[in-house]
Design a protein around this ligand. Sequence first.
Ligand code: VGL
Ligand code: ZN
Length: 209
Amino acid sequence: MTRALLLIDIQNGFCPGGNLPVAHGDAVVPVANALIESGGYDLVVASQDWHPADHGSFASQHPGKQPFEMGELSGKPQVMWPDHCVQGTVDAAFHPELLTAGFAYVQRKGENPAVDSYSAFRDNDRTALTGLAAYLKEAHVTELDLMGLATDYCVKFSALDAVEMLPGVTVRFIEDGSRGIDPYGVRAAIAEMKSAGVAVISSRDVLGG
Ligand code: VGL
Ligand code: ZN
């Protein structure tokens, strides 16, 4: 059995003070750190939203569009986001208190300006793969727990892709280690993950006590 922890987008941009803040996004940091230090995982990997400054998911690239409105990107419906997690900026850096030193692998995503990439495994158009599935297969991961930001976007799409792209791997979503953008979206995302075969667990299930 090889257990991996996948930390999704625990970056300044999604924490209070960031450009696309998730309510209480920083509350996931102590949960991640406790899990990292628990010894419960053979490896810890992370994803990082990593956009060029002119990324097509940014409302700023679409004249007349406001953040959080629906728009289009490459002919497909796309939420217009505030500029966020621009490559090399503080907004794109991991939260400063996150224990990153032991990360075995970091998967950056969202670098193609013409397509968004919520999932850490592939672009939203489901054609371009990141290297994450190949990495986890190579490492013979059999149990994958994931958590982070945001539950209703990048965590959900990563969990669904993990089930689909890593056959035979047990995928679990750590609910208290995640926060979402929209409360209704979070509930729907959890239901969707469950029906896809993702187990919903608490960090206590890993830490004990
Ligand atoms: C995310 C919206 C845009 C996320 C990333 O990490 O959930 N959401 N980019
Ligand atoms: Zn993004």
